[in-house]
Design a protein around this ligand. Sequence first.
Ligand code: ADP
Ligand code: MG
Length: 679
Amino acid sequence: MNLETNLKELKGVGDRLYSILQNNELKTIGDLLLYFPRKYDDYSDVLAISSMRPGLVTIIVTFSNIKTRRVRRGLHITEAVASDASGKVKVVWFNQPYRAKAIDLNVSYYLSGNFDLSNQQLQITNPSIEKAELALHSQTARILPTYRESKELTSVLIRKLIAQIEQLNLSIPETLPEWVVKKAKVISYKEAIFSIHLPKSTENLTKAKERLGFEELFIIMCAAQANKIEATKVPSPKIPFLQKSAIDFVSNLPFTLTDAQRKTVWQIYLDMERDEPMNRLVEGDVGSGKTVVAAMASLMVAEGGLQVALLAPTELLAQQHALTFEKVFSHSKFGKRIGLLTGSLKAGEKKALKEKIESNKISIVIGTHALLQESVNWHNLGLVIIDEQHRFGVQQRQKLHLKSGYMPHVLCLTATPIPRSLALTVYGELSLSILDQAPSNRAGVITEIVSPNSVKQMYEKMIEQLRIGHQAYIVCPLIEESISLQVDSAQKVYTELSKGVLKDWKVGLLHGKLKAEEKDAIMRKFISKEIDVLVSTTVIEVGVDVANATFMVILSADRFGLAQLHQLRGRVGRYIHKGYCCLVLSDSKAPSKRMRAIAQTTDGFELAELDLEIRGPGAIYGLRQHGGLDLRIASLADTKLILRARNVVSQFMEKEENLLKYKQIAQQVRRASKLTYLN
Ligand code: ADP
Ligand code: MG
């Protein structure tokens, strides 16, 4: 038998159980071993009955007075008295009629369960028991794992199967190179995989988590490093820094740059002066002024006689960027060398623009991501700027590289703050600039938590804002399972409100099932104030800038990640008008820690750290879509392990051929990094 062996081969796995296992995507021994526990309860301390305190306990007992009865349809009770030398305790099982017959009155059992008050009497309800004489206990007297369960697939069942597998003494190969295991001072894969299921002690469990967590970090960090190596293989054009040009540009801006903007622009200039490709991520809250940073990066590239591509997530945003760029470049010779290439151009216009790009009459081309698919023959692309994206995939880069003959510099802009530990792990290939300073002319936003019982007053407040000529957003509940459900619910909210409290106002509906042009049309109406209130799903998240919108309602706010709420909230209060953000809870229970946190702080980084801590990395907006981050064991809060892993990874990756040598690792790394070049 080995990891590929079908679970059917195990004792006690008949057709029925096998089909249950299969329904949970568990087919082989290997599948089951990778089905990690969700939590653990420590039952390892064996107590005397007389010294038990309410809570989880383990005792070693014999049984007497077993009684079993059917109370009514669907309720069957088995009662017994458990005794040891120190005393007695009542034990009750619900709906486990087989218990009475199964218990042997002449032998001792380990019993593990919850000792607590029930019907004014201390008793142990539904405990697990196992004969004390067994060589290996999987249900009692140790640290016991709990798994993700379904009605049929219980933790007890899984533990039994795992215990059986452990006894088989399979040969389970080490997954990391031996020297990595040594260097990292972690336990072997085999030991870890069994200890994660049936730990012998708390220390043993810690070691198992450390080992498996290390491996996850190792793979992800190798992937980041491999991306970095790959990205720097082809040189980039050096972009010389021209001080006069930068000073001229800044002196014509209608505002002074923040220190954070100045520093970031400087970092970008330094990067681009080298012939290694820049790969920089600029993180800055909504409204922190990333566009002007992008413009200043573009300026220097254009001065160097090269071209810039600026990609926005939507056509409307591309248009807004084009307007901004035309404004900030209006005093510059490049003002006339900006082009907007979008799907809505007529065929003739598009052709003409492409020709201008090819003959280098255009220096800065703004468009959506589709720009990369367009058959644009760049004259000499020197910089790609990507708005609202964390990173630019190696494959996307390579496409550009094929076109231009060298690697353009890459600058990514995002409003999602990425906690430091995450950046170290997943974004190891990126240089990071942080715009942690809002321009000083911001009115800010007031956040309020609203119970579902008081939405009426909330809508009254909203209408006050509408009366003075402002506009509002209503964001509908996030339903992760399906877009259709989410659209339905948005539709419902829209219908109810536009017939109810908002019947005197112009209400629009925006959702993810609309075509791109339909969405743009609605956003345009909102911008031109033909719509007062925009009911929307989360599609406005990476949205446009409507300075006149001051009020935002987020329904079932507790279903959103903090980072996401923070981004949404950033849509209001960006300008001279004070913003209001109402977080409506999905029920009238007291608000959670997360909700209180977002109401109290507007610091995106603080919120991202908290989100990471409470909900894990999947919650960080935009990470899921990269698919690279599948941390089941490693905690990104474990900075010690992260630093240890980084250290080992850098030694491993010093020899790039290491990655080719270890096939299995290479495969995982490729998956994590979506690399194409490793075979
Ligand atoms: P984001 O970081 O969300 O992309 P933008 O670049 O769209 O933010 O900037 C938001 C607004 O702030 C724009 O109107 C921009 O002109 C303005 N802005 C940018 N930097 C400053 C600054 N230093 N002082 C004042 N206003 C600024
Ligand atoms: Mg922006």
